[in-house]
Design a protein around this ligand. Structure first.
Ligand SMILES: NC(=O)c1ccc[n+]([C@@H]2O[C@H](COP(=O)([O-])OP(=O)(O)OC[C@H]3O[C@@H](n4cnc5c(N)ncnc54)[C@H](OP(=O)(O)O)[C@@H]3O)[C@@H](O)[C@H]2O)c1
Length: 375
């Protein structure tokens, strides 16, 4: 039976099945609740959740059965959840393998309320966040074929409670509020892997983060600034570039302007989640021998890639998806070390989750959209 340990912060998620039951090894505060039983009292009468029932319809608040933990799982009573663009893509039918009905939401912060038989009951009452990457697998280089992301097909965090493999829960960093902690996992691990593991960022490098209003982008900005980069951003909004500069960026550019890339210095590294028709501007902007890491395609796939620039500049184009358990643990350590607080743009109550997802599609946000579940 696995127990939360007291060995200090470390890389605790390892690769055998049994070790997947070992959550991050971090110091634990005293539990917030009495842990005399395996389940917190009064939790067996059904719960509220934001369910997607039909594509291109808002999520609806439904009463659904309580999740029962399988033997290697923990149930988290959620205090806050956060949205990712994935939630919006799924509501629009623009995501592979959609199965409905489903509770959306990949990110969450809450308190362990029940555990399966193979998981220590010492977890009960602990405040945790969830790594949403299920079944990453053995390799650090890429995820396994069984990899999936919490929040479709598995019921996700836009609910009062969620059951997850216990190996994916991690102590909530003490310096974060529940809303900030919920905003961290998916965007944080994606930004961390894109910047450090795939991008091999080094202090002093010039790095461009595109589409700075995005949740992944704002965390990439915070990580790159904390790690000593000369950071530039692009956006559709001068208000957002201004906010990025206030957070430590050296300069900002409007990607909606003509030839904006001519005003920017050559970049050693570009972290891009947009793709789209402007992609060749990134190839103009990259230094010889530089690297472009792509983690998304909000603006769609580029219809043409300037191959001449690509090979003449000896540039590297690298894909990146979320992150391995090692990336997740390293991201958590980095966030604690630099006391990074994710930018929370707006907080909605659970019964307005549909509105929150719809707003995300229009991208007015700077940072993360959070759904508060318990006061
Ligand atoms: N591979 C993975 O593991 C992974 C993980 C997370 C996200 N993603 C993908 O990465 C993308 C961003 O995710 P997110 O959750 O951070 O989304 P988000 O918070 O909704 O941010 C989207 C941002 O995209 C920017 N954008 C839109 N069109 C752009 C363009 N033509 N050029 C540059 N930027 C543009 C906008 O920035 P401005 O407002 O500043 O204009 C917008 O704020 C999505 O496509 C998502 O599906 C992939």
């Amino acid at each position: 039976m696995q127990k939360p340990t007291n060995e200090g912060i470390g890389i605790g998620i390892e690769y055998s099945f049994l070790k997947m039951l070992t959550p991050c090894r971090m110091k634990w505060p005293e539990p917030a609740f009495d842990i005399a039983s395996h389940t917190l009292p009064g939790l067996n009468c059904g719960m509220k959740a934001a369910q997607l029932v039909e594509i291109r319809r808002p999520v609806q608040i439904s009463d659904i059965p309580e999740p029962e933990p399988r033997e290697d799982e923990a149930v988290i009573q959620l205090n806050a959840a956060a949205l990712n663009r994935r939630d919006y893509w799924i509501t629009q039918g623009m995501y592979p393998g959609i199965t409905l009905p489903c509770v959306l939401g990949s990110d969450g912060c809450g308190v362990v309320s029940a555990t399966g038989n193979a998981v220590s009951k010492d977890w009960i009452g602990r405040e945790v966040i969830i790594n949403p990457g299920i079944n990453w697998g053995q390799s650090d280089i890429h995820q396994s074929d069984e990899f999936r992301i919490l929040g479709m097909p598995d019921d996700g965090t836009l609910a009062e409670r969620v059951a997850v493999p216990a190996g994916l829960i991690c102590r909530k960093p003490a310096h974060l509020s529940a809303e900030e902690a919920a905003a961290l996992p998916l965007a944080g691990v994606t930004a961390y892997r894109a910047l450090f593991t795939q991008g091999q960022f080094r202090p002093g490098q010039k790095v461009l983060i595109s589409g700075i209003g995005g949740g992944v982008a704002t965390l990439a900005l915070q990580f790159a600034v904390a790690a000593g980069g000369e950071v530039y951003v692009s956006s559709s909004s001068s208000e957002k570039t201004g906010k990025a500069i206030a957070m430590g960026a050296t300069g900002g550019f409007l990607y909606t302007g003509d030839h904006w890339q001519k005003k920017a210095p050559a970049m050693d590294l570009i972290i891009d989640g947009a793709g789209g028709p402007g992609y060749n501007q990134l190839l103009s902007l990259i230094s010889p021998g530089g690297t472009i890491v792509n983690y998304g395609a909000t603006a769609g796939p580029p219809s043409q890639v300037d191959f001449f620039k690509l090979f003449w500049k000896q540039a590297r184009l690298i894909g990146s998806t979320m992150g391995s358990p090692m990336d997740f643990s390293a991201m958590m350590e980095f966030v604690e070390k630099h006391q990074i607080r994710p930018v929370v743009d707006r907080v909605y109550p659970l019964d307005q989750a549909g509105e929150a997802i719809e707003r995300m599609g229009r991208a007015p946000q700077f940072g993360k959209t959070v759904v508060k579940i318990r006061p």
